[in-house]
Design a protein around this ligand. Structure first.
Ligand code: HEM
Ligand SMILES: *[C@@H]1O[C@H](CO)[C@@H](O)[C@H](O)[C@H]1NC(C)=O
Ligand SMILES: *[C@@H]1O[C@H](CO)[C@@H](O)[C@H](O)[C@H]1NC(C)=O
Length: 321
């Protein structure tokens, strides 16, 4: 009995393994040493440029991390977010979650120019975004992870997918869970990835309603934020997303427990629901947060890349060749 159960389990798992090999997502074609012969120095060029940009303005590390997220959640990590509008398509830069918000394009342009000088037409913009996101987190003292390479760049963009796939700061917990589930992430991975809000800033317009109309916010925290985010006007005034916004740490989760989440969507992760336990775990266990954030970032970085002869390697990240 036991051995036949074992052997059918074994057959089942062998079968599953074969299915996995047959239908592996195209991320399987990304490799660690993709540019070993064609552009051996590409990683140090990117790391040096990111370190310079972050030394000049710590927030740039946050902006570059977010740029990679906003690329990958919209039809995969294909640098579509970097395309300017053309006569043929409207890019993603004017989508609600991006407009007047995403930044870091000049840093990507600087990196691309340096790479084009060393290895013309070789390193894709999508790979630059993936490496720069990792280097940014490391520069702000967070965990590193192994980035695979070989992504190619899209020849088009999707304003409508940017509007529908990127989560809104007014989202409920169940909406957050389903929007990440749509991209293949578990609820715990969504919580880990939300920990990206341990760095960077948000505009008043994204959290005003929370300051004036919500009850699950610490009163002295709300009072301290209101002068910089009046009930009308000051839409673009910035506040830090956590209490140590230039340091990649687990303080974001402590802040949530203290009802000091800045965005409505942040506080949804600790509001008496199914995410509370994981927030507590990350708040008391920085190593667990770092490890689970890093592995969720690897997964995000591998979302639906263009590989092989799909797409192209843009020479200018802002437009197709
Ligand atoms: C869970 C759902 C999420 C929502 C609703 C959300 C929403 C937002 C909003 C509204 C802002 C402020 C934008 C502005 O005021 O212009 C922001 C900033 C930011 N987000 Fe998220 N986000 C989410 C998940 C993520 C993820 C998964 C990452 C990266 C892995 C990320 C990284 C960042 C960073 C680093 C900033 C600060 C950017 C800067 O200072 O330039 N966010 N997010
Ligand atoms: C728009 O598409 C047409 C036809 O595919 C092409 O010839 C033209 O160069 C494109 N314009 C831009 C700005 O990409
Ligand atoms: C809000 O935070 C302050 C610390 O700044 C604390 O003294 C106070 O007890 C908190 N309020 C509540 C209701 O927890």
């Amino acid at each position: 009995m036991a051995s036949s159960t074992f052997s059918s389990l074994f057959k089942l798992s062998t079968f599953t393994l074969c299915l996995l090999v047959l239908f592996a997502p195209s991320s399987g074609q990304l490799t660690a040493n993709f540019y070993a012969r064609t552009c051996p120095n590409f990683r140090s060029i990117i790391t040096r440029a990111v370190n310079t940009a972050v030394a000049n303005e710590a927030r740039m590390g946050a902006s570059l991390l977010r740029l990679h997220f906003h690329d990958c959640f919209v039809n995969g990590c294909d640098a579509s977010v970097l395309l300017d509008d053309t006569a043929n398509f409207t890019g993603e830069k004017t989508a609600g979650p991006n407009s007047n918000s995403i930044r870091g394009f000049n840093v990507i342009d600087t990196i691309k120019t340096q790479l084009e000088r060393q290895c013309p037409g070789v390193v894709s913009c999508a790979d630059i975004l993936a490496a720069a996101a990792r280097d940014s987190v490391v520069a702000l003292r967070g965990p590193g992870w192994n980035v695979l390479f070989g992504r190619r760049d899209s020849t088009t963009a999707s304003l409508s997918a940017a509007n529908s796939n990127l989560p809104s700061p007014t989202s409920s917990l169940s909406t957050l869970i389903s929007s990440f589930s749509n991209q293949g992430f578990t609820a715990n991975e969504m919580i880990a990835l939300s920990g990206a809000h341990t760095i960077g800033q948000a505009r008043c317009t994204t959290f005003r309603n929370r300051l004036y109309n919500e009850n699950n916010i610490n009163a002295s925290f709300a009072a301290a934020l209101r002068p910089n985010c009046p009930s009308s006007g000051g839409d673009n005034n910035l506040s830090p997303l956590d209490s140590t916004a230039t340091s990649f740490d687990n303080r974001y989760f402590n802040d949530l427990i203290n009802q000091r989440g800045l965005l409505h969507s942040d506080q949804e992760l600790f509001n008496g629901g199914s995410a509370d336990a994981q927030v507590r775990t990350y708040s008391s266990n920085p190593a667990t947060f770092n490890r689970e954030f890093a592995s969720a970032m690897v997964k995000m970085s591998n979302l639906g890349p263009l590989t092989g002869s799909s797409g192209q390697v843009r020479t200018n990240c802002r437009r197709t060749n």
